[in-house]
Write a protein that binds this ligand. Structure first.
Ligand SMILES: Cc1cc2nc3c(=O)[nH]c(=O)nc-3n(C[C@H](O)[C@H](O)[C@H](O)COP(=O)(O)O)c2cc1C
Length: 375
């Protein structure tokens, strides 16, 4: 077996930086404005501590989870990400294969460069679909119906991109979904021959989930959807409906009342709103404002297995991983994604041993020690 080259998020990020042209690396790595949101969230994660309990005895740890009517072997899956195939032509398929290998959910984006029908063929019922709604609400409903017809059972509506965030790292490359590299960028691609060859053989990835007659413009506002639209979506979507990008307990409560099956607390990987409230802090507040039975999913800033446990202790029922997955694919393809998943799994089990806890489903704030007072 090949020796593992990824032992941490930093390993994956460093390898990805070497293997990708800077425009693509910066697309994945970019955050909004000054990166204050990213900084505050990481700092808050650092202040959260997991309580230690010794002499609890050995034995296997239960780390499986049941949410939204389905059982998963791990407490985490892969968050929706657009244009993953810019990292490798096989990225969407690798994510789909990961779902099958580990029995975990993975979510495909409206902006994916593999069609939603094709990704579902790889994942079976482990695939979720993420919906962006642009200015044309009817097209949004149409895409949801297409996902339903294809056989998706879980739909995630992302609501935290009313306008695309300004990410200086993307802007400096004039990055766009149309991917028309400048002369300087062509030179950069030439310095990464393996990546360029993949692109030459497999073609430039293009969004595959839009109507042929719809003009694709990634910079178009996605803020037309409102509470009325959500009611309509709730009526037509027969499966589980998850609302992603929630940071405000009041919004969460309103969504709970409206019949959302899960609320997805997320700061969009700090890519959208630099001054947003700290996502991992909001998670605990949102948990306290909702019914115990309401499912909470969390992402943003997860670095390792201990961070996953911190999110679960703060009230999440499930956690999703974003850019770390793309760095791992850039680093080592599907094998990199497998390494990342095994690392996270092992880190969870080791930390649970330190915590003297055997069932991940029993974690709550009593397992958490914080140097900050939670308001
Ligand atoms: C390259 C990239 C593309 C993304 N595209 C989408 C998308 O199309 N839809 C969406 O809901 N979120 C998207 N996200 C946000 C992720 O779903 C997720 O919220 C975020 O990456 C989690 O934070 P993390 O990267 O720190 O783990 C994207 C994130 C990245 C890194």
């Amino acid at each position: 077996m090949k020796k593992s080259s990824i032992h941490s998020l930093q390993d994956a990020r460093n390898l990805a930086k070497k293997k990708l042209p800077s425009m693509i690396f910066d697309y994945v790595d970019g955050v909004a404005l000054e990166g204050d949101g990213d900084y505050s969230n990481s700092e808050y994660f650092r202040t959260l501590k997991l309580s230690q309990n010794v002499l609890a005895g050995g034995g296997p740890k239960k780390i499986s989870k049941r949410i939204l009517g389905q059982s998963y072997d791990l407490p985490f899956g892969i968050a929706p990400m657009g244009m993953c195939n810019l990292v490798s032509s096989k990225a969407d398929v690798a994510i789909g294969k990961l779902a099958k290998k580990f029995n975990v959910p993975v979510c495909f984006s409206t902006m994916a460069s593999t069609s939603l029908e094709k990704t579902l063929r790889v994942t079976g019922d482990l695939g979720w679909f993420q919906l962006y709604v642009y200015d044309d609400l009817e097209s949004g409903l149409k895409l949801a119906k297409r996902a339903q017809t294809a056989g998706y059972k879980t739909l995630i509506l992302t609501v935290d991109v009313p306008e695309l965030g300004r990410r200086p790292k993307e802007l400096k490359h004039n990055f766009s979904a149309k991917f028309r590299p400048s002369y300087k960028q062509i030179l950069d691609c030439a310095m990464h021959p393996k990546w360029s060859l993949d692109l030459l053989i497999n073609g430039i990835p293009r969004p595959q989930n839009f109507d042929k007659d719809l003009k694709i413009d990634r910079n178009k506002p996605r803020g037309a959807a409102d509470w009325e639209f959500l009611k309509k979506l709730r009526e037509i979507w027969k499966g589980k409906l998850v609302i992603k990008g929630i940071l405000n307990p009041k919004d969460a409560l309103k969504l709970e009342r409206l019949g959302a099956d899960a609320i997805y607390v997320s700061g969009h990987g700090s890519r959208q709103f630099d001054s947003c409230p700290v996502p991992i802090h909001q998670l605990a507040k949102i948990r306290r404002s909702l019914k115990k039975s309401t499912v909470l999913i969390y992402d943003t800033g997860i670095r390792n297995g201990e961070d996953i446990l911190k999110a679960l202790c703060s009230g999440a029922d499930f956690v999703m991983i974003g850019k770390q997955a793309l760095f791992s694919i850039a680093a080592e393809g599907f094998e990199g994604l497998v390494q990342m998943t095994n690392n996270l799994k092992k880190e969870i089990e080791i930390a649970m041993a330190q915590m003297g806890t055997f069932d991940i489903n029993l974690l709550d704030t009593s397992n958490l020690e914080s140097t900050f007072k939670l308001k």
